[in-house]
Design a protein around this ligand. Sequence first.
Ligand code: SF4
Length: 330
Amino acid sequence: MAALLDKFGRPITDLRIAITDHCNYKCVYCRTGNEGALYRDLPIADYLRMAGVFAALGIKKVRLTGGEPLLRKGIVELVRDLAKLRSADGEPLELAITTNGHLLAEMAQPLKDAGLDRVTVSMDAVDRDRFARITRVPNGYDNVLAGIRAAKRAGLEPVKVNCVLLRGFNEDQIIPFGKFAREEGVVLRFIEFMPLEEDRVWSPDVVVTLDEILERMSEYLPLVEIPHARSETSRRYRFEDGLGEIGIIAPVSHPFCGHCSRIRVTSDGKIRTCLFSVWDHDLHAQMRRGATDAELEAFIREVVLHKEERHHIGEPDFIPASRTMVHIGG
Ligand code: SF4
């Protein structure tokens, strides 16, 4: 079976499926409109079928996202069934989840037992009060910390912690996060703020860039760059003393679209070929009309040929994405 390639020759191997549009957090840089869920969730079996068709086309990694995926009943069973799938090369899929960690403490072990490989926790402050102000949920910090520790105990390693940095909001958390990563033994990743929030307040001035993050963190301890695979979104560094690793995902100042291997399915079953797509492709509509797996494969191949070359953030011709991050799933 020919690999799933877009018209730029990029192999698409990394599928992200949003299995719910609901979230139990209201992070200020994400849900500024507090609109709540806008799109319906599909039956878990539909996401499984979609993943199976994508796996047959050569997808190797499946990441479950949301909203907040741990809110979705049946997620452990879904992971168990995904773990039975094989990619086109006969290998098992690499399974990961991106979560806000609020429910992770009690779910880490069952997810690991079901076949989950890794977990990424979205966390934007290691200061309790700041964390509460960002998420607009009281007592979230202790839940998330307990979740991270439970994930490590369960062996969902490496546990990655993603922090979106906004100037004037949490850039003072850079060094405390460095200390946190070393103490907790997690891989820390800073993410440059992208124009995907609900009320469109993004501006280049709010972005804390890769260079600034490196400069700030180096005031704490020297860093050494780690060579990384071209399709990796993160530039990786370890502290010179060997304790702790950080990554920086810099789509604004150091775009990595040239090696993009990602494709997404939204909670209501629409394919998004890029985070910044201005339209969706309705895979679930094909399923509802009774399409066979072969017809779904042909539909996906055709859609992938429309994958955008790159984003145009900060350029005069930039058009905002047709959905905001909380309704895409990261
Ligand atoms: S912006 Fe679009 S093309 Fe660029 S890396 Fe992200 S998903 Fe891929």
